[in-house]
Design a protein around this ligand. Structure first.
Ligand SMILES: Cc1cc2nc3c(=O)[nH]c(=O)nc-3n(C[C@H](O)[C@H](O)[C@H](O)COP(=O)(O)OP(=O)(O)OC[C@H]3O[C@@H](n4cnc5c(N)ncnc54)[C@H](O)[C@@H]3O)c2cc1C
Length: 399
């Protein structure tokens, strides 16, 4: 791509952001109207096609939009609908029919319709392709039965991205099919799962004879694994691939705690530890910028696992250090009263952020699984042992 093209693309994006901010000042525009206008101007996901919230440009321009709108006090589609914006939107645009794209993307972006991701099951998390929930064809509909687990924000969701097994006689990756499921349909039951923060941000979801129109399939029967890879690759970038300004986010919180300490707490070894964390945060930020620059239009590659893995390790290290710096106060926790949060993004205090950060190396694929992906698909090392690869799913021994 020539420098001239890059410049004109940036100029176009900047002009559209100017227009958005002029016509819909964030200070006097409600969030839904603002986000709807952002979508209509193609600034929702700038790499999506025109008419579907994008301009067909490189995804690296999204950073300009995010930074400018953030500074101007614009609402965040990601904070309102993290699973929808980060993963389900990119999956619908890649695999959905034109009708599905038209129907789902705008209200997903504005947060009028929250989405959830129905992949994990009690018997299959890392080995997600081994899942057991079933889909059986019945005329122009499919009937889904089974249980999903750890479903973030299912209690608020209007739509879910569901993967079920539609061909048990195929090998495990080949027998899966993906659907958009109506979370208000008869037979869908959402039950809270409580975390160690005291909240229930995620859920168990039971499907009992839930009827899904065939038109709600994403891709074709048997495409479910490839559809899910789109979701999972985007999930890793959404979780670990952000590039906030230098020194912001969790590292800024811990620097503030350090600055507030009296002299006796600011010894040299503690300062050394703080600086090591600051450098790791900056290296991660620069790595993510480089990955973003290299990414062309389309699905992120396996290198998204680097940001996911390091952001999990770093977040855990930062908040552990932060509660240690806080001393006895670090052990105080407001309340364990069970609440159903409206977002999966709210960490109003360090103690809660510390507890929640423990999940970072599990959600979106565990750190061990990220290491396998990086070893095999980026470094080209020999693969993990997979004894069930050539065996029909129905013949694989399971509990
Ligand atoms: C906060 C949070 C939110 C979540 N939200 C969602 C959601 O919205 N939707 C959804 O579908 N899921 C969600 N999940 C589930 C998440 O994707 C799974 O927990 C994750 O994939 C791990 O699966 P598992 O819990 O079954 O653990 P397991 O797969 O049973 O893993 C157990 C342990 O074995 C290790 N392990 C497994 N396989 C290998 C291997 N091949 N090589 C080396 N080590 C291995 C793992 O690293 C882990 O330490 C969420 C989880 C959390 C914590």
């Amino acid at each position: 791509m020539s420098t001239t093209t890059v410049t004109s693309e940036e100029q176009l994006v900047n002009e559209l952001v100017d227009q958005l901010l002029k016509e819909f000042p964030p200070s006097s525009t409600d969030a839904i109207t603002f986000l709807g206008a952002q979508f209509d101007l193609g600034l929702a996901w700038v790499h999506f096609p025109k008419g579907h919230g994008g301009l067909g440009l490189s995804p690296r321009h999204q950073k300009i939009i995010g930074e400018r709108l953030g500074k101007a006090g614009g609402p965040s589609a990601y904070a309102r609908n993290p699973i929808g914006y980060g993963m389900c939107g990119p999956t619908v645009v890649e695999w959905g029919s034109d009708e599905q794209k038209k129907r789902y993307l705008r209200p997903l972006f504005t947060g009028e319709e929250i989405w959830c991701q129905l992949f994990s099951e009690p018997g299959s998390g890392s080995d997600f392709a081994g899942l057991s929930a079933k889909g059986i064809k019945d005329g122009e509909e499919w009937i889904a039965n089974g249980q999903k687990v750890w479903t973030t924000l299912a209690h608020l969701s209007r739509w879910g991205l569901l993967v079920v097994r539609t061909d048990p006689e195929a090998v495990k990756h080949a027998g899966l099919t993906a659907f958009v499921v109506d979370m208000h349909a008869p037979g869908v039951e959402v039950r809270p799962l409580r975390q160690m923060t005291g909240e229930a941000e995620f859920n168990e979801v039971y499907f009992t004879d839930v009827r899904i129109p065939e038109s709600e399939m994403l891709g074709k029967p048997g495409d479910g694994w490839r559809v899910s890879l789109t979701t999972l690759m985007n999930e890793r970038v959404a979780i670990g691939g952000t590039t906030p300004p230098r020194g912001s986010g969790p590292i800024a919180q811990v620097v503030k705690i350090w600055k507030d300490l009296d002299n006796s707490g600011q010894d040299e070894s503690t300062r050394d530890e703080l600086m090591k964390l600051w450098i790791r945060a900056e290296v991660l930020r620069l790595t993510n910028i480089r990955a973003g620059q290299m990414r062309k239009v389309g699905v992120p590659g396996p290198e998204g696992s680097i940001g996911k893995m390091e952001s999990a390790n770093l977040n855990k290290a930062i908040y552990e250090f932060a509660v240690n710096l806080m001393g006895p106060e670090g052990m105080l926790y407001g309340s364990y009263e069970m609440i159903r949060p409206e977002t999966a993004m709210g960490f109003e205090n360090i103690q809660k952020a510390f507890l929640r950060s423990r999940a970072n190396s599990i959600e979106g694929g565990t750190t061990e699984v990220m290491k396998n992906i990086l070893g095999e698909r980026v470094l080209g090392m020999p693969g993990d042992v997979r004894v069930d690869r050539e065996v029909p799913w129905s013949k694989v021994p399971r509990n």
